[in-house]
Write a protein of this length. Structure first.
Length: 475
């Protein structure tokens, strides 16, 4: 036992040293012309922190806290800037999503909804995957917050659904849980691209397109361009994940009968179930009407949490015991802070200019493809879709138009890429953090599948999309 412990400690120490060496090597490299030294040093710490999250020399929260401390001790950031991510509303919306899921589980409402889903779609596991993806698609035009839509609404249902099949984090994750968690999360990356109102940053994209290049994108033109490649991508994505990570439970012929019996045994909804259900519906309505009421999605979620605590549905002790939520808040808040400061220090503006200089002179078709792909994969450096848009969109669109790409086509391709990139990592947006935090998938598997699925999504949008866009006269 002592030998195993010693080997384990040695492995952890080796991983920690490797993480530190990554930071040191990048730090000591010559600072590129046009980059502030502080931005380059922050990049070194940021990249090392990401590798630390992969290598896991320490728990995830501890890795990010170490990175934050390094930014302050080296004078790269002031302590207030290092901690700035914890004031981000999305970080707290994610935390509350974990508590919504806890309320669903504690009261039994999640299990009831799961059995209703199983009764309707439970003959095949693949059918459940498509049903959840279709639910996201239907909700997406009316709920621009992906964290509210996928994390606040679909995650509790998915979590309850996999539990009903006896699939929990750990040895039973492969029964059905990992497939449904990953496919439901990846659906968000696609649905966010289809409509102007399905992602909070999409209206900003339309505004930036108009101001920078005079490109007018309406809700209708966006939806017309996005709906066909988006639906095809959804169909391909669910099946692709099903084939790559085939669940142990594939055929569930007895599932409907099981669900009917379970619902009969549960009887009518309890008082606590009604409280959670009412809070859930109220939150859904407020999220749907957010553009009219101007009530922020995080405010809605916090109000819902307070309402459930007031009604005694969940207790303050439940809040304190939500360990996954608190750890997620710590590591994601730190990542958001570092990524935001990289943008403020001008690193991403320099990078966009650097890439642009290397495609000038190419024919517009290959130039646009290169720009779209580079734009997509820079998602590895961002913990916010809006931050990605603000830092990268205008320079890339300006260059695409300058090399001769049709302005509307270039704007829409980059706009779609602004959402598709979210599937790459476990920190790219709110839903990433929530679904990964559920514990059904290892980090290495998450990143590998994220890269493959994102690449296939890009191929579908660029290949199938270009044929369809030519047919509807977009270029």
């Amino acid at each position: 036992m002592s030998t195993n412990t010693s080997n384990g400690n040695g492995l952890q120490l080796g991983r920690f040293i490797a993480t530190v060496l990554i930071a040191v090597v990048i730090w000591l490299l010559p600072v590129p012309t046009g980059v502030e030294p502080k931005a380059w040093h922050l990049l070194a710490i940021f990249v090392a922190t990401i590798f630390g999250l992969i290598l896991r020399p320490l728990p995830m929260g501890a890795v990010v806290l170490t990175g934050m401390i390094a930014t302050s001790l080296t004078g790269t950031l002031k302590v207030g800037d290092a901690l700035s991510g914890f004031s981000n509303p999305t970080v707290w919306l994610i935390f509350v999503a974990f508590l919504f899921a806890r309320a669903f589980a504690k009261t039994g409402l999640g299990k009831r909804i799961a059995f209703l889903f199983i009764r309707a779609f439970g003959h095949k596991t693949l059918g459940l995957g498509y049903a959840l993806a279709a639910s996201d698609l239907v909700l997406s035009p009316g709920i621009p917050s992906g964290t509210a839509r996928s994390g606040g609404i679909l995650f509790p249902i998915t979590r309850s659904l996999v539990s009903a099949f006896g699939s929990e984090p750990g040895p039973t994750a492969s029964k059905i849980g990992r497939f449904l968690m990953i496919s439901t999360f990846q659906a968000h990356a696609i649905t966010a691209a289809i409509f102007m109102t399905s992602m909070a940053g999409n209206p900003l994209l339309a505004e930036l397109s108009k101001k920078s290049c005079g490109v007018e994108i309406t809700w209708g033109s966006w939806a017309a361009a996005g709906i066909v490649p988006g639906i095809i991508a959804l169909l391909v994505m669910v099946y692709l994940i099903y084939r790559m990570d085939r669940p142990e439970i594939t055929e569930t012929p007895e599932a409907r009968e099981m669900a009917v019996d379970a619902l009969a045994k549960m009887g009518p909804m309890t008082r606590d179930e009604w409280v959670v259900f009412g809070t859930f519906v109220l939150a859904l309505l407020l999220w749907l009407t957010g553009s009219l009421t101007n009530i922020d999605a995080t405010t809605v979620a916090l109000f819902g949490l307070a309402l459930m605590i007031f009604c005694g549905t969940i207790t303050w002790q439940d809040v304190l015991e939500e360990h996954s939520g608190w750890e997620t808040l710590v590591w994601f808040g730190g990542i958001v802070g570092m990524a935001s400061m990289l943008a403020k220090l001008g690193f991403f503006k320099w990078f966009a200019t650097y890439v642009s200089a290397h495609v000038t002179g190419l024919p517009w078709v290959p130039a646009l493809i290169i720009l779209a792909l580079v734009y997509t994969y820079t998602g590895y450096f961002f913990a916010s879709l809006t931050a990605h848009i603000v830092a990268m969109f205008v320079p890339f669109l300006t260059v695409a138009v300058a090399v001769g790409a049709p302005p509307l086509l270039a704007a829409l391709i980059l706009a779609f890429s602004s959402s598709l990139c979210v599937g790459l990592t476990h920190y790219g947006s709110g839903p990433n953090v929530i679904y990964f935090g559920a514990g059904y998938c290892s980090l290495s598997r998450w990143w590998v599948m994220g890269f493959i699925v994102t690449t296939v999504n890009c191929i579908v949008f660029l290949l199938v999309g270009s044929i369809y866009w030519k047919m509807i006269g977009l270029f």
